[in-house]
Write a protein that binds this ligand. Structure first.
Ligand code: SF4
Length: 411
């Protein structure tokens, strides 16, 4: 195939998640600085961390894209030029922008940096995509509200790269263009502060009957009228790749390390599987099988939808019964330093005799038993608490990899 391989683009809410995502196979990560970025509640990166992120990514042949995707008011431009210059100096690989003003400034000040159009710009048609391409955008993250047929048509209209969200939370409004959170909680979604009130349970009250709620409940657990399931296009990746999508993007900078590790690992394995099949037989449709979805379910979810990919979603794509499907595992250990005495960072209480599962790269899950726990002075422990560093003897011994994760069944 002459077309370069589709990129796996993962979220990085902080340095730790960035390293985990790259370890598990992300080709590129996106992240935000302390300013000018949506997802204000993700820890976000200060300047030193940004530099470290770029260094780490480039040492591992991965790319870093930095979000500068607020809808800017005049006051927001203060300090922006210096920040853009700083990003160029530390050699980030691209900027993710939605505001035409910020785009224009970036083109003038840091013309050497590639600009990706954020999904916040809501590109839903070829003309719009072509317009943005003429503004100097080299990649467009399409609106999530598109069918596969529309993506194919847009592909024909532009030569800029196309990026598509394939996994993660969905907005009930056009991605992020929503005032619900600002009205109800004072937290502005367009500044990255969304409190997700679309997932709340609502009741209907008539003005002259205060306190008397009308029974609009779907069931006894309440009415989640705006509550969308999460996006999951794992089984549609072969079609997206054939449609000429250049990058598949995972949502979730605010999610934890278990999600960062698990979801990147699965999508990496899925992409590798697709390209292996295509190399063997480029015309045969790729069969995805059940394994990928089975692994996704282990990460816990709010239910999954393929959203607009076959046309408009319907009530089956909504989650009426409540906000969460339980997570069966918790992250137990993070491998801090590989070596003869591998160092583990505890994230969930463990004890001697526990059976855990190492999430190896690829999709192998290596089951093992904790034989002995040692603290850093070599003293044997019966058990160990979160946020401590330990060493382990396990049965069987395992070839640990730095930034890998071990999980434990949640009881
Ligand atoms: S309230 Fe819901 S629809 Fe609105 S921005 Fe937040 S997540 Fe999106």
């Amino acid at each position: 195939m002459s077309h370069p391989r589709c990129e796996l683009l993962a979220p990085a809410g902080n340095l730790e998640k960035l390293k985990i995502a790259i370890h598990y196979g992300a080709d590129a990560v996106y992240l935000g600085g302390k300013q000018f970025s949506l997802r204000a509640q993700a820890a976000n990166f200060n300047k030193d961390e940004l530099q470290e992120a770029v260094n780490f990514a480039h040492q591992h042949a991965a790319r870093i894209f930095v979000t500068v995707n607020i809808f800017a008011h005049n006051r927001d431009f203060k300090g922006l030029a210096d920040y853009l210059k700083f990003l160029a100096e530390i050699r980030v690989d691209g900027l993710i922008i939605s505001d035409p003003g910020i785009l224009s400034l970036a083109r003038k000040i840091v013309p050497q940096l590639k600009i990706h159009l954020s999904t916040q710009a809501n590109v839903t048609n070829g003309e719009s995509a072509s317009f943005w391409e003429q503004q100097g955008v080299s990649r467009i993250n399409l609106a999530r509200e598109l069918s596969l047929a529309e993506i194919r048509e847009i592909r024909k209209k532009i030569s800029a790269k196309i990026e598509v969200f394939v996994h993660g939370a969905l907005c009930i409004s056009y991605s992020g263009r929503c005032m619900l959170s600002l009205y109800l909680t004072g937290r502005d979604a367009n500044k990255g502060l969304c409190a997700h009130p679309c997932r709340y349970s609502y009741r209907l009250e008539e003005a002259k009957r205060p306190g008397q709620f009308f029974p609009v409940e779907e069931d006894e657990r309440g009415t989640h009228i705006f509550n969308s399931k999460d996006l999951c296009l794992i089984n549609r990746l072969p079609e997206l790749i054939t449609a000429g999508v250049d990058s598949i993007k995972i949502e979730g900078r605010m999610k934890g390390i278990y999600y960062a590790a698990g979801i990147v690992r699965i999508y990496r394995a899925a992409l590798d599987h697709i390209y292996r099949c295509l190399e063997k037989n480029p015309v045969e449709p790729v069969v995805m099988g059940e394994t990928f979805m089975e692994e996704i379910v282990k990460l816990g979810s709010r239910g999954y939808t393929e959203n607009f990919i076959d046309g408009s979603p319907d009530e089956d794509d909504m989650l009426y019964s409540g906000p969460r499907v339980d997570q069966t595992y918790v992250p137990a250990l993070l491998i801090r330093k590989k070596g003869p005495d591998t160092l583990f960072d505890i994230r969930h209480k463990i004890k001697q005799g526990d059976r855990l599962e190492y999430m190896a790269q690829g999709l192998a899950n290596l089951d093992f038993e904790i034989k002995t726990i040692y603290d850093l002075n070599g003293v044997r422990l019966d058990q160990a608490q979160p946020n401590t560093l330990i060493r382990l003897e396990t049965l069987p011994e395992i070839d640990w990899q730095e930034h890998g994760l071990v999980r434990k069944v949640q009881h």
